[in-house]
Ligand binder design. Sequence first.
Ligand code: AMP
Length: 555
Amino acid sequence: MLSTMQDVPLLISRILTHGSTIHGTSQVTTWTGEDEPHRRSFAEIGARAAQLAHALKDDLGVTGDERVATLAWNNAEHVEAYFAIPSMGAVLHTLNLRLPPEQLAWIVNHAADRVIIANGSLLPLLAPLLPHLKPVEHVVVTGPGDRSLLDGAAVGHIHVHEYEDLIAGKPTSYDWPELDERQAAAMCYTSGTTGDPKGVVYSHRSVYLHSMQVNMAQSMGLTDEDTSLVVVPQFHVNAWGLPHATFMTGVNMLMPDRFLQPAPLAAMIESERPTHAAAVPTIWQGLLAELTANPRDVSCLGQVTIGGSACPPSLMEAFDKLGMRVCHAWGMTETSPLGTIARPPAGVAAGTEEEFAYRLTQGRFPAGVEGRLTGPGGERLPWDGESAGELEVRGPWIAGAYYNGPDGEPLRPADKFSEDGWLKTGDVGTISADGYLTLTDRAKDVIKSGGEWISSVELENALMSHPDVAEAAVVAVPDDKWGERPLATVVLKEGSTATFETLRAFLADEGKIAKWQLPERWTIVEAVPKTSVGKFDKKVLRRQYAEGELDVTSL
Ligand code: AMP
């Protein structure tokens, strides 16, 4: 028997219309670095999103599911793009401005982006790339920045527009199409250890359902009396779903734009008094150091969501003391990202060691996410808090494939998806009998630096392309500031004259490796330790480093 319920699609345009009418007076505040931040109401955002959609369709000819990319910080215009692009049926592609330029170009070409909406402050990054971006026909520039970088030859066939000029005078409402809720709404590339970056494509339905989960009391549980400081970038898994979730419930957003350093973050917390904030641990570690050096009243921040890498206990403790309660969560680009969230179970007394231990886990799965652990032989492991295996997940906001493999079909690599369609997360951990996930290790060896990934394989390959290098292995080592940094372990060929400085310069040469990814720590070994099947044994290297057995030079 079929239900008698209406079949109304779950669309991003519905979230936009709801937010800009029912919660029209809620605000997006963007930090400007000047005396007054910029403020725009949800109603204004809704009107301007409609204007942007008209401009994209009528002036730039965007039709169907064409990709419109953003290269932007967190700000009001980026929120407008978040809603206008999917609501009109096109696909929002958020570009990670911290990727090395060649990878960025690869991603734009792979996604076939036709338009890029870019912040003026990012033109120094974008302008040199433009000749390599084949599908791009239009660049739309917002906010301050040197437009002369886009003069003439740098731009080639691409048309350049001013965002404000483009949307000026356009109608402030749009007859949003009734799309299939399973249609692509947004995409985000993830860069793993091996191979090319992979595109995760979110649907209207997945974004809608994920937003509802984010808003639940046992997730972030915010209301229209809250203000969320959205530090997690809009180019990193849709800022953890916050722009969509806040439009559903009228939560005000405080956007830091490019002012992500500890001092301006502290200043915006003190003056705008957000009640919630979300970011990776390294951001909070920086803020903590700033607050220790220059104390300010940050007691407004009742809840801080931390994820992206494990939250150090010392950070949770220090934040608790400042009145900022940490809520730890786990997720991935492939999981939209909310996968688990660490709310202690009912009955556990506040302030106890037991409660603290629960809060340090990665947390429990919400109803929309199923989790299971798989052992090395493919066996299902019990939820006993001891059996460690690879975490696999499935659910309506979990990826089932990547965008467009080499044959034009969705890509389902066997190391990322099980035969029965679950996502293999690459994270290894245990699940307790009461459903709390604790991650113990990472199956892959990517280096998590400041919330962003550095591919060890990419560094190794670049190093081994140096004529004097016989072998090179790169492993993640702990770093107080960034969480992890790469340690380069190099085997030099006989008679080599290479030094660490020349190797580092070689990596930086021609933008092979982005500057922030260059290793500071270097060591020479006679041979890289190997596993029984001849692969680099990085566990051994990490242990040798931890036990001080390597002679490490810091540049
Ligand atoms: P990304 O796709 O860049 O968001 O990275 C996802 C990966 O970050 C996961 O597979 C984990 O390895 C790691 N990660 C995310 N959240 C946590 C957490 N709370 N604790 C430990 N690792 C995490």
